[in-house]
Design a protein around this ligand. Sequence first.
Ligand code: C2O
Ligand code: CU
Ligand code: CU
Length: 494
Amino acid sequence: MSPLTRRQMLALGAAGAGAAAVGGAGLWWTSGGGEALGGGRELVQPEVLSSRDGALDLALEAAPARVRIGARTAHVQAFNGSLPGPTLRVRPGDTLRVAMTNGLEAPTNLHVHGLHVSPEDNGDNPFVSIAPGDSFDYDFSLPDDHPPGTYWYHPHRHGHVADQLAAGLYGAIVVEDPDPVPVARERVLVVSDLTLDDSGNLAEVSPPQRMMGREGETVLVNGQVRPRAGAAPGERELWRVVNACPARYLRLTLDGQTLRLLGRDVGRLPEPVELTEVTLAPGNRVELLVDTREGASTLTAAPVDRGSMDGMMGGAMPGDGPGTDEPIELLTLEVTGDRAADAGPVPPGPVLRDLREEPVAARRTLDFAMGMGMGGMMGGMRGPGQMMSFTIDGRPFDAERTDQRVRVGTVEEWTLTNSSPMDHPMHLHVWPMQVVTEAGREVAAPRWLDVVNVPAFGEVTVRVAFDDFAGRTVYHCHILDHEDLGMMGTLEAR
Ligand code: C2O
Ligand code: CU
Ligand code: CU
């Protein structure tokens, strides 16, 4: 579709978006907390569990939990009682064994987002369902050449994914670099959002919020409201940022500091790239090198326009905007004291594989679309319970149906198109994607991601090397409300 059409759609949506911003009940709460809300406390790191002698064994329970968020007590759901859950540190070649227990009232399961591991049996199997009170033993074996990087885990039981993430169920996974970049310190920063009501319970989510993709009123870093971190000038830090929000995009800036991108989703770049801002779709991660300079800086998430539904609904809908239009302060970095010794140069990373140089075994197009479930779609808003349908190639998710069959060991080229007025960040399990063309242009250097944003009325072309594993798995929109509403497909490799 032409860009003009998109602009027209956005123009149609403008009235609705404005109304939503004014009506955003949680604005004061969103825009950063401050001391009264418990902001300004020292940043904490989630508990770290590291592998030993090639294995990490742990028990993980998903259960209701009471935690402190800012100045309030919140009733959330968490892994092992903490939000986020523990950080799991493993090495390429390790085995990660998780005895998972469901202490929730709904079915759940576990997904290791971004890990290149088998999707079968007790591996990263998205078709497992753990009933309330039951347990399941996961066993993930990482290949010896698994790319280092920042990954994460979260539940993946279809129909409950967005609710369970929004409730607090997520944690980071670090695959250590055999040749690590020397840094003064590393920080894991798990960014999430949630909405609490006056009694500290998770707020209800309306059908329009689900269709838009819910954005929580409170944005957290490691479960904290705008924490502070300290460093000395001249230090090099490694920040591992995870976007664990069910639908919120994060456009990150850190004023006054030099940021370099060390890695994105998977592996490490051949050399770090200096940047002033970086956008994470839901599910994305970045590894940032911060070379500290004296002064106070704020890690800020600027609003991102990811489209709207107004054009489809034939008019403004209350509460369908994606939240606030204000930038959100996530974290303050205070750099003071004596200058640290020079951190030295960053050793180069390995050369990235470039699938553009490899033969393509098959080409496919996948279309991400939204439409009215019943009746016409432009006829205006129906009842408040009316759900739009979210499809890939015109079909909602069906676990029994196999949508794509691929051959292990081949490279395919997939064109991801979006015929809807909202962005859809597409995620494929097990195998990372190399972005080949974007906005009609070739991408210069190899860019590897496991969540690729497909812009409203736009398209992206990716290549995937279906290496190492056979089995069935899924791909889906990582706006997790969309995934729960059906925007997911299945793939079988053999
Ligand atoms: Cu982060 Cu299929 O998930
Ligand atoms: Cu995933
Ligand atoms: Cu989507």
